[in-house]
Each structure stands twice: as C-alpha cells, then as structure tokens.
Design a protein. Structure first.
Lengths: 234, 181
C-alpha cells in the first residue's frame, strides 16, 4: 500500500514540477503583454491543472461547503494554513485575489518570477512592524481596484500539535477599508501534509463561512471571532 | 550565549499551575511579571516558543479548541504588552501513551528545531520541573529552573550533578534578565 502511495506521489511531483517549469516560462513570456486582469485567468490555468493532476495522480478530491457565501465584491479572506494546496486552490475559488506572502517566495526561479507578475502583496516577515504597514498599504490598493486579499493569519504553515497566534493584520485591513471579511477553513493538511512527500487519497473539505461586516468592529474582537470560527469549522 | 531561541514551559512558569488542570481561559492566570518578561524577550529579538505537556487532552478534560482558546488568550496578553509568542507546541498524550513528544522526551524540541530551522544547542529553556531540565539537557539547551509552580520542590530534589548544569532563579521575570544579560 505504501509503495502505491509513494509511486502516486512521485507521479504527482513529476507532473507538478515539470508543468510548473513549463507554464512559468510561458507566463514569463506572455504575461508582460497582458494587463493584470488578463493575467489572472491565464496564469490560473496552471492552478486548474494542479487540481486535476492531484485528483488523477493521488486521488485527492475537494468538497466545498458555503460557496454561496462568497460576496460579489472585493473582500478580505482569512484561511488556516496547513499545506501548499490552499495557496493554489483558493486562488481559483476567490479569483481575482491577491495573496499575502513572504517576500522570499518571489525570488524562487521561474515560479517566483511568474508569481511576481500577479503583483501579490509581498511582505518582509523579519521586520514585523514594517510587514504590517506593507500589508495595510498594499492591501488597500488591491481592494480599491476590486481585487480581494487572501491572508493566512498564522503566518506560516502549521503542523498538528502546534498553535500559532492569529495575527490581526487581515482584520485590521478589513476594518480600515470597511470591507467584509470572510473566514475559510479546510483540512488539506491531512491529505497533502506540508513538507512531506507522501499524499493520502481522500476528499479535502473546504468550508466557506458567512462574510462578516467589519464596520464598527474592534480589531482584536473581530480577529478572535474569525479564529474561533476557523478552528471550530472542521 | 548568542542564540536567538527561547523555549518556555507554560504551566508553573507563565501561569499558575493547578492540580486539577487548566481547562479554560478563565482558569488561566498569569504569574505576575511573566507576560511582561515574554514581551521583553520578544522585543529583544528572541524567537519565543512554548513547549507544554497537556495530558488533559488525553484525559478528555478539555478539547483542542479550548486549548487553542487558552493559547489565543495568552498570546493576546503578550501582544498587548508589546511582544509576540511565535509558536506554542503541545503534547496531547498521557504519561502512558509512549509518545515521543511528552517531556522529558524531546519531540517538541525537535519540532521547534525543524519548524524554525534554529539550533537548539545553547538555547535557553525555562521550566519548573525536572522533566523540563531533562529534555533541555538532552538537546544541549541551557536549562533555567524557576521557583514558581513546582520549581521549589524540583530544586530540593535535584541531584548535585544536575544542579551544576542548571541556572536557578525566582521567576520568569528574573530568568529574562539572565537571558538578556
């Protein structure tokens, strides 16, 4: 059984990395000639491919609850972070969306360079106070141009047996810009664990909560409500 | 010692311990000065990790969501004091489960090492029990024993060999002074 899982995971990674390399090159060649709104659907073809490939090679499917809760406007989306999966899949679900990520990712050859063309909000995590300002400033620009902002408040991927404090940047951004904030929870780490080679077949559950009005809310209290919801959703 | 990592035990070091376990945020009471001490360490650029045995989970006394709420409360207090706890590692097993994470085993310390990519050697580990000291010594951390929680009892029962390797001080607050030199 283990051997089959290993072979399937190997197949996945072969397709994953080769498609990444090829498609990133394609994006780097064509991307600069497209406007930002045109880049999204073009770049996201790769995300769609990975979702298909994950199902095909490893038997990992996705079940979404609460898709009807997604408002038809730019919002702040807050999600737990367990796996590379959510960074790929949530781009599809909330398109167009700009994720907040650490600056180092953009210097990964090909992948990072292509990702830069989508103008994500890249923050310098080592300088905590500056990171928050970057988030608020660039987040504001995205929201006012109609692009939602996706944030993983635990900062990095979290393994079982670890609690990372939920950073308040996402809640602060929503309140400051007066936009809705949407909590999202999933269990992708069970099937595609971060930093592990083996993947487990099954169905990832993605639960989309009710969008909360941020107006008149207090940052800390809104953030706690979001954290509680995410922890209890699964 | 120039290591940037500081590892803390929770019950009896940051908050008052209880024989009937800390089962909710209401029961979690900070030891005076501990929150400020953590904030001070964090502002000085230290990475703050908590490593705590929580066998109350295995015993069914509370669930992981409640534990997360307790930790959110603790983190919130530290943030209000101007610092940050970087991560909280907990062992959910009981003493007889034979796991590798329950102190004096070193699973949580190894996890800290791999999550943060930091050397354990030379890091300070502040605890109130012999389990903390043993885990710290196995990983070449510098143990600091505080006299809060079970600390006084631990100090009395410590053999002289171990006593030489351990720094002993009153509270987390004075431990922070040692760490910051």
């Amino acid at each position: 059984m283990l051997i089959i899982f290993a072979l399937r995971s190997l197949l996945f990674y072969l397709g994953f990395y080769s498609s990444l390399l090829i498609y990133a090159c394609l994006c780097l060649i064509i991307g600069p000639f497209l406007t930002l709104p045109q880049r999204y659907p073009f770049f996201l073809c790769w995300n769609h491919f990975v979702v298909f490939w994950l199902k095909f090679s490893c038997g990992i499917r996705v079940k979404i609850n609460g898709r009807e809760n997604i408002p038809n406007e730019a919002i702040v989306i807050v999600s737990n972070h367990q796996s590379p999966w959510e960074t790929i899949y949530l781009y599809i679900v909330f398109n167009p969306v700009s994720a907040i990520l650490k600056r180092e990712l953009l210097s990964i050859p090909f992948f990072g360079w292509a990702l830069s063309l989508l103008k994500p909000i890249a923050i310098d995590r080592k300088r905590k106070f500056r990171a928050r300002n970057q988030l608020l400033q660039q987040g504001k620009e995205k929201l006012s141009s109609g692009i939602s902002v996706l944030i993983f408040p635990e900062g990095t991927r979290v393994s079982p047996g670890v609690h990372k404090p939920y950073q308040t940047g996402g809640s602060a951004l929503a309140i400051e810009e007066g936009v809705k904030i949407l909590p999202v929870a999933h269990d992708a780490g069970h099937y595609w664990p971060s930093g592990k080679f083996l993947k487990k077949p099954g169905t990832i559950r993605l639960v989309i909560g009710q969008a909360l009005d941020s107006q008149g809310r207090e940052v800390r209290e809104l953030n706690q409500e979001i954290e509680q919801w995410i922890r209890q959703a699964l | 010692m120039s290591n940037s990592l500081v590892i803390l035990d929770r019950d009896g070091v940051i908050n008052y311990d209880s024989d009937s376990y800390i089962k909710s945020p209401d029961e979690w009471q900070a030891i005076p000065g501990s929150i400020e001490a953590i904030a001070r360490l964090s502002r000085a650029g230290k990475i703050i990790c908590v490593a705590t045995n929580q066998s109350g989970l295995a015993r069914g006394l509370f669930d992981e969501i409640t534990l997360a709420n307790i930790h959110a409360y603790m983190s919130h207090l530290v943030e209000e004091a101007g610092g940050q706890i970087d991560a909280i590692f907990f062992c959910p097993h009981g003493p007889d489960d034979g796991c590798h994470c329950r102190k004096p085993e070193t699973g949580m310390l190894e996890q800290i090492k791999s999550e943060f990519g930091l050397e354990l050697k030379g890091s300070y580990f502040v605890g109130d029990s012999e389990k903390d000291i043993d885990a710290a010594l196995t990983c070449d951390c510098q143990p600091i024993l505080v006299r809060t929680g079970n600390g006084r009892l631990t100090e009395q029962n410590l053999d002289s060999d171990k006593k030489q390797k351990v720094l002993i001080t009153d509270t987390l607050n004075s431990a922070a002074e040692i760490i910051l030199g």
